[in-house]
Design a protein around this ligand. Structure first.
Ligand code: GLY
Length: 365
């Protein structure tokens, strides 16, 4: 088993990664549950995993309640949050209890936020079941729901007590979802690890085809990178954690244009957004053209969009920039952009002229 510590003082926890872990989760959860029943919150898509986890808890002598919520982004809402917190209260959840979030980013974010506010804070455990949530959202304690004005606008930092990752659950994940999660894996190479990007170029096809060693290596490497960055800047105050938003400012505009729908998954928007961030960096002379072409080529080789056309976005550049102006990262009239001096050399720039971005997007169309 690979164990990656997330070092956050009294909020520290481990991420444990191993194929088949779901069926053995009970042993690892027993010390956390004590003599209390655990509540597992899952979405309707992960019913088989819920059954496996339930059996494993029973084998470890842990009673459990199961709460199944509708799958999809719509569950990150006030209505579902209210339903969930009411149910957790009905079940007698106490401050010292730990609720288990079994599912993708939606369930992790929702359960994380529900437990952040329930009785002013109780515990939770993340068992992520998508590649995207395994390599990004389950680690680092960002939790929340969506508001009418935008995604993830209501939330809290609330760290889980433990994260259990079973790469074998990806066997049943649709290929498109695996590809979308893979974009967040490659992102770690683009941020500050050129060797890992080269590893992705060499091994990405095997990973996407289901190679277990490649998958486990990529998850462990990504989680270690995320743990390091979150350990340096838990509350995103120094700019270090903001590096994890590479591709997200351009990507956010594309997702907004696609109506935050299945037309463009978040990971697909991140891939296209990274290609645009590198393309913009190359166009402004910051980054060698070969590096931005290498990024785009890897997305094409991985079946991910390498720009606006491949993402199915044909909106005028001005409209995309307008979406950016509504990005939640906008502060004091400027939008922080993650730009690159090369692969593995990303940095935060708060002085980017949106007029230049618009001209670049118009050219890219
Ligand atoms: N997903 C970006 C972060 O956790 O900061």
């Amino acid at each position: 088993m690979t164990i990656i510590p997330v070092a956050l003082g009294e909020r520290s926890y481990d991420v444990r990664i191993e194929g088949g872990l779901l069926a053995r989760a009970g042993e690892l959860l027993a010390p956390i549950a004590g003599k209390r029943a655990m509540t597992i919150v899952a979405d309707a898509n992960v019913a088989p995993h819920l059954a496996t986890l339930g059996r494993s808890l029973e084998a470890a002598g842990i009673a459990h309640h199961d709460v199944v919520l509708p799958a999809g982004e719509g569950s990150k809402s006030w209505a579902t949050l209210e339903r969930l917190t009411d149910r957790l209260l009905e079940l007698g959840t106490e401050r010292g209890d730990h609720v288990v979030a079994l599912g993708g980013g939606v369930i992790g974010d929702l359960v994380g936020f529900a437990t952040a506010i329930l009785k002013r804070g109780c515990g939770f455990v993340q068992i992520p079941t998508t590649l995207l949530s395994q390599v990004d959202s389950s680690v680092g304690g960002k939790t929340g729901i969506n508001a009418r004005a935008g995604k993830n606008l209501i939330g809290a930092f609330h760290q889980p007590r433990l994260v259990l990752i079973d790469p074998d659950v990806l066997d049943t994940l649709p290929a498109r979802q695996v590809r979308a999660g893979y974009a967040e894996v490659v992102k770690y190479g683009l941020i500050d690890d050129a060797d890992f990007f080269a590893w992705c170029e060499a091994n990405g096809a095997a990973l996407l085809a289901g190679d277990r060693d490649a998958r486990t290596h990529a998850i462990a490497h990504s989680v270690a990178a995320k743990a390091r960055i979150v350990g340096e800047d838990e509350f995103e105050t120094t700019g270090r954690r903001a590096l994890l938003n590479l591709g997200h400012t351009f990507g956010h505009a594309l997702e907004a244009e696609a109506g935050f729908s299945d037309r463009l998954l978040h990971g697909e928007a991140v891939a296209a957004g990274c290609a645009l961030a590198f393309g913009f960096s190359a166009a402004t002379g910051l980054c060698p053209r070969e590096d931005s072409e290498r990024v785009a080529a890897h997305w094409r080789a991985s079946g991910l969009p390498d720009g606006l056309a491949a993402a199915g976005i044909d909106a005028p550049a001005a409209k995309l920039v307008e979406h950016m102006r509504h990005d939640k990262k906008m502060a004091a009239g400027t939008l922080p952009f993650l730009l690159a001096r090369g692969i593995g050399q990303t940095y935060l720039d708060r002085t980017v002229d949106l007029g230049k971005v618009e001209a670049f997007l118009a050219e890219s169309r």
